[in-house]
Design a protein around this ligand. Structure first.
Ligand SMILES: Nc1ncnc2c1ncn2[C@@H]1O[C@H](COP(=O)(O)OP(=O)(O)O)[C@@H](O)[C@H]1O
Ligand SMILES: [Mg+2]
Length: 242
């Protein structure tokens, strides 16, 4: 594939004896984005955890820029370009906003100044402890922290989850800016399927541990039957952060 950035081949992964994902393969080209859809519990976060190196797969391989990440622990995957924004944010609550960003910082185009331009609220709140922030602010911090690592690919796991609609729209706007305007390669797991399908170039749907649909986002958005059957939504809305 032309300029393949991230490739997953035959990934089988789970917890203990239980397998969650079986023989899953996908690829992402540089500068492209992929929406991962599926009902609760199908293994979307498990996929992200396996890419970020927090779960050791039963079989399969994860390649970044053609190089295997299989032997690399999470901190090395971060250094090599995997920017993970975990579900539930997981900011470092006892550290200030500024400290959360500084400990992640690596050389590259994303600097403190640029993440403050993207999220002015984090500049205002820089001396506050992360644990004191609202949910929306914590999500912004989690995204900003991942950007500070200057990733090759951003993994966003339900970044709008639990946010009030107006806050979700704000966060969605920032994600759109990073992915569309800055051309950041990204995998987006999102229950807000309308937003995910509008943002991402490609999309896939997972069910029972396997990819049951994949295609361009437009193709998946038009497949109302699949969205209803496998994602549980009657139709893909076109509003941002719907
Ligand atoms: N730490 C864990 N230990 C055992 N089972 C888990 C663990 N985390 C998730 N699971 C199970 O793995 C399956 C997939 O979970 P997950 O990847 O979180 O789904 P999703 O993100 O799609 O909602 C679910 O059945 C869930 O109960
Ligand atoms: Mg999840």
């Amino acid at each position: 594939m032309a300029d393949c950035l991230l490739e997953i081949r035959g990934l089988s992964v789970g917890y203990g004896d239980g397998i969650v994902l079986s023989d899953l393969s996908l690829s992402l080209e540089r500068g492209r984005s992929l929406a991962v859809l599926g009902r609760n519990g199908v293994g979307k976060s498990t996929l992200m955890l396996a890419i970020a190196g927090h779960l050791v797969p039963r079989s399969g391989t994860v390649l970044l820029d053609g190089q295997s990440l299989d032997q690399a622990p999470p901190f090395q995957r971060c250094r090599r370009g995997i920017g993970w924004v975990p579900q539930g944010r997981d900011v470092f609550a006892p550290l200030t906003v500024e400290e959360n960003l500084l400990i992640a910082a690596r050389k590259g185009p994303w600097t403190m100044r640029r993440v403050h331009e993207l999220f002015p609220r984090l500049l205002e709140r820089r001396r506050n402890y992360a644990g004191q922030l609202s949910g929306g602010e914590q999500q912004m911090l989690a995204i900003a922290r991942a950007l500070m690592t200057n990733p090759a690919v951003l993994l966003l796991d339900e970044p709008l989850e639990g946010l009030a609609p107006v806050v979700a729209q704000d966060v969605a706007r920032c994600i759109t800016e990073v992915v569309e305007k800055e051309g950041m390669s990204a995998i987006l797991v999102e229950q807000h399927a309308g937003f995910a399908l509008e943002l991402a170039h490609e999309a896939l749907i997972i069910e029972r541990g396997r990819v049951v649909r994949s295609g361009t986002s437009a193709q998946i958005a038009a497949d109302r039957d699949a969205l209803e059957l496998h994602v549980g939504i009657r139709k893909a809305t076109s509003r941002k952060a719907s």
